[in-house]
Design a protein around this ligand. Structure first.
Ligand SMILES: *[C@@H]1O[C@H](CO)[C@@H](O)[C@H](O)[C@H]1NC(C)=O
Length: 221
């Protein structure tokens, strides 16, 4: 009897520990009918391989907020506002259904004004941003599809292993203390597996991925 009541007391706690939605600051899109792959329009997708947690400072979790953050870590808006390529959409399982990317940011090579023109020309890292803010799972988290591109002469195809490389480059640029526009950010990263598949099935260009997602928590100082 005693052990039964103990079990009854403990089981909700155990459940809570196994469902770390609040603790992780995002909702797994697959649990809401969505996907951790974008829709590129050809039946394949790019992996959403970086998440900026909803537990980050709220000032980061918007288009203007993530744009300033991107400038702090070495990315900027597209060259002269010219967008190359079609937008992609994603269903983050939050009740919004499929929605186009909110913004795309490119590595700026130290020049937030014109540097992304170099990225467009020479290739480099870039990421698309999708916001998980639908009424059903309004976590505020930002889901990023990061990849390393070839140069314009190669039509901006993704380099071999370019999704994992793009993720790792973005994370190494982001982690630590970075500033832009009078705002200082402190970023920590955790790796999560099990959200993305491993391998190349369903992945754009048939590029294999290792299935790892980095979850960043960004705190404004
Ligand atoms: C995304 O944008 C394209 C081009 O502007 C548009 O044709 C398409 O309908 C949009 N998709 C979604 C899901 O909103």
């Amino acid at each position: 009897m005693r052990s039964l009541s103990l079990l009854l007391v403990l089981s909700p706690l155990t459940l809570a520990l196994n469902v770390p939605r609040q603790a992780s600051g995002f909702f797994n899109p697959a649990q809401g009918g969505g996907s951790m792959l974008t829709d590129t329009g050809n039946g394949l997708g790019e992996p959403l391989n970086v998440i900026i947690s909803g537990l980050s400072s709220s000032q980061v979790l918007s288009v203007s907020g993530v744009t300033n953050y991107a400038k702090a870590i070495g990315f900027s808006t597209e060259c002269l506002g010219i967008h190359l390529g079609d937008p992609q959409s994603a269903n983050l399982g939050d009740g919004n259904g499929a929605k186009n990317q909110s913004i795309e940011l490119r590595e700026d090579f130290g020049d937030p004004n014109l540097g992304t023109c170099l990225e467009s020309l020479n290739g480099g890292n870039h990421f698309r941003v999708f916001i998980q803010n639908g009424a059903q799972h309004d976590t505020g988290a930002l889901f990023l599809a990061a990849s390393q591109e070839q140069n314009a002469a190669n039509n901006h195809n993704i380099v071999a292993n370019g999704y994992d490389i793009g993720r790792d480059n973005l994370v190494s640029m982001a982690v630590g203390t970075k500033s832009f526009g009078g705002v200082t950010y402190q970023t920590t990263s955790q790796t999560v597996s099990g959200l993305l598949p491993v391998g190349s099935a369903g992945i754009n260009h048939g590029i294999a991925i290792d299935g790892i997602v980095n979850v960043l928590t960004v705190t404004v100082q």
